[in-house]
Design a protein around this ligand. Structure first.
Ligand code: FAD
Length: 567
């Protein structure tokens, strides 16, 4: 039975109060973090997984397609390019292998939060069925390596190399890429596949460099210190700052292994049940070729309403629809609260673990062992109620005058979000820096092309549709990019660049779908809403729906000569 509206209004009021507390603690929004790891912070960027630095001579050759980054974006687009006959493909990657997210994130418990049969791309092409309903990180990394092998992507790949500048050479109609290895490579087409969440960030906490114990970011896990199975932690006091998606996966293992574990929380995540199970071999054996593509097509259509549901929806006013959605959302969050109460023994800890915001304000999490970990006598939740740790001494974090003495401090503080051109300066026609172009607002066509930057394609950046299963979106972009490159090749065009009009159309399209509701403004700060900052309507994702985004792409491709200038 539905509650009275007053019940929902009361909860919404509490959501707003909790948001206010957090915004007041951090009015600086995204500026509360840094991902520029220079000076003493440099150690947080070091790759602990590369066995050794491979020395090599600088490269000065030319390839047809060059990917900046070697994660899923690069791999799935390369596969499509190979299918279209492109031979010369190079991946340039900071890490020592392909994999991107799944190369860097090897913390204990790492796994995808989207059903593996949907999340892992190219399952039809690879003839592979994941081992579990949710794949663990090592399986995903192996899948990335298998794709690179199948499509011969290791041949020209360059690892342990960061692209530092990407400059358009108008006279040659080529991109010139410089790296931190002294390379000066050229490429006809460049695909920025630098990731949506790949540059680690740290909270700017006073005294962060004073800490004398060991410390690292979760994407640079120091297994030499913890032991592969975390057994070295049995006599160690460990602290973890942050309670987002990574911490939710890492905390259960840490709680089991550490002598003491302190979890420093600012805002709790919403944690739902994780329905995981090993893949049923009988089910897998019955899958017909093209099974994943069919799943993707179904996902693209979204949930289908029954006739009765459609009628009911149509009979509601806009305001009623919104209220109905909000109330459903609150009911869901109260079920999350209920689960916490039933799972966590100590009522004060249970209370502190309750998220007070609408579902999807922050990245949702799914785990069966995170909440019970707080019932262990060696695990302590230090709830800062929105404030966060503000000081670190040589012994460890300090909160409200109490110092927490630690042997190991782990930063589960996340990543810079969806920035194009990380570690890399992109200079297009007429010496235009992409950052300068975007300083008056992001301008793209479909989040992929941008005027003044011919033959440059962007993956996972803003102004594209956001999907909880990101590979659905990346695959759509990869297919589109491969089609655009194939079109230019087939028609003997040297360059492809969006027209000013098509770019303007898309910017307006993005603007028209953003800010229709107050949802973002009302959400508690987090990376989904730029930490509570108010920003230009065009500087975010396209909110017109994934199917619409997909259809718009097809429309752009059906009118190539209207959408692009070719040279
Ligand atoms: C811990 C974690 C869990 C996640 N779980 C999910 C999930 O369950 N479901 C989901 O949909 N998404 C998830 N994501 C998002 C995930 O990032 C995407 O699903 C996807 O893997 C992104 O692929 P990508 O190739 O675009 O970027 P990435 O995998 O991030 O790869 C980008 C690569 O580019 C490299 N790079 C960047 N700049 C340069 C440069 N200048 N020079 C050279 N190399 C450079 C980086 O080193 C990085 O390896 C998760 C992200 C994280 C961090």
């Amino acid at each position: 039975m539905r509650n009275e509206q007053a019940y929902y209004d009361e909860i919404k009021k509490k959501f707003a109060e909790e948001r206010e507390i957090r915004v007041n603690f951090r009015p600086e929004g995204t500026a509360q973090f840094t991902s520029e790891f220079t000076g003493e912070l440099e150690k947080y960027a070091v790759d602990p997984y590369a066995e050794e630095r491979v020395e090599r001579e600088p490269i000065t050759d030319t390839v047809e397609c060059l990917f900046i980054g070697g994660g899923f974006s690069a791999l799935l687009t390369s596969a499509r390019l190979r299918e279209r006959g492109v031979e010369s493909i190079r991946i340039v990657e900071r890490g020592a292998d392909v994999g991107g997210t799944w190369y860097w994130n090897r913390y204990p418990g790492v796994a995808c939060d989207v059903v593996s049969y949907d999340y892992l791309p190219l399952l039809d092409e690879m003839n592979y069925v994941p081992k579990n309903h949710y794949s663990r990180g090592d399986e995903i990394l192996e899948h990335c390596q298998a794709i690179a092998n199948k499509y011969d992507l290791y041949d020209l790949a360059v690892f342990q190399t960061t692209v530092t500048s990407t400059t358009w050479l108008a006279s040659e109609q080529m991109w010139e890429l410089k790296t931190d290895r002294g390379d000066v490579m050229k490429a006809r087409f460049v695909i920025c596949a630098n990731g949506t969440l790949s540059k680690p960030k740290l909270a700017k906490i006073e005294g962060i460099n004073d800490f004398k114990g060991n410390s690292f970011h979760t994407s640079r896990w120091d297994y030499d210190f913890t032991g592969q199975d975390l057994s070295n932690l049995k006599d160690k006091v460990v602290g973890i700052i942050g309670t987002g998606a990574t911490a939710v996966q890492a905390v259960p293992g840490l709680g089991e292994s550490a002598k003491e574990l302190y979890v420093f929380q600012r805002t709790p995540s919403s944690i739902d049940i994780r329905n995981d199970w090993p893949t049923d071999p009988d089910w897998a054996a019955k899958l017909k070729p093209g099974w994943q593509q069919k799943r993707r097509e179904r996902n693209l259509q979204g949930p289908q309403l029954t006739e009765e549901q459609k009628k009911k929806q149509a009979s509601r006013t806009k305001e009623e629809k919104l209220r109905h959605q909000e109330n459903n959302n609150i009911d869901y969050m109260m079920r999350i609260h209920d689960r916490i109460e039933k799972t966590v023994d100590d009522p004060q800890t249970a209370e502190a673990l309750k998220p007070w915001y609408m579902f999807m304000c922050k990245r949702p999490c799914f785990h069966n062992d995170y909440l019970p970990t707080f019932n262990r006598p060696n695990v302590h939740l230090i709830d800062t109620h929105g404030e966060g740790i503000t000081k670190i001494t040589e012994k460890g974090p300090e909160f409200k005058g109490k110092e927490y003495e630690l042997d190991l401090l782990i930063f589960a503080t996340g990543f810079e979000v969806q920035k194009t051109g990380i570690y890399n300066q992109i200079i297009g026609k007429n010496n235009l820096d992409l950052e300068d172009k975007y300083s008056d607002g992001i301008r793209t066509l479909l989040g992929i092309h941008t005027e003044g930057f011919p033959n440059l394609f962007i993956m996972g950046g803003y102004q594209a549709s956001f999907q909880f299963n990101l590979t659905d979106m990346l695959q759509t972009q990869g297919d589109h990019i491969a089609d655009c490159i194939a079109y230019a090749r087939e028609h003997d065009h040297n360059t492809i660049e969006p027209t000013a009009a098509s770019e303007e159309w898309w910017v307006q399209e993005v603007i028209s779908h953003r800010g229709k509701t107050k949802r973002n403004e009302e959400c508690t700060p987090g990376y989904y809403n730029f930490e509570g900052e108010s920003n230009r309507r065009q500087d975010g994702n396209y909110n017109g729906g994934f199917l619409q985004y997909f259809n718009h792409m097809a429309e752009v491709r059906s009118k190539m000569l209207n959408s692009f200038i070719f040279d």
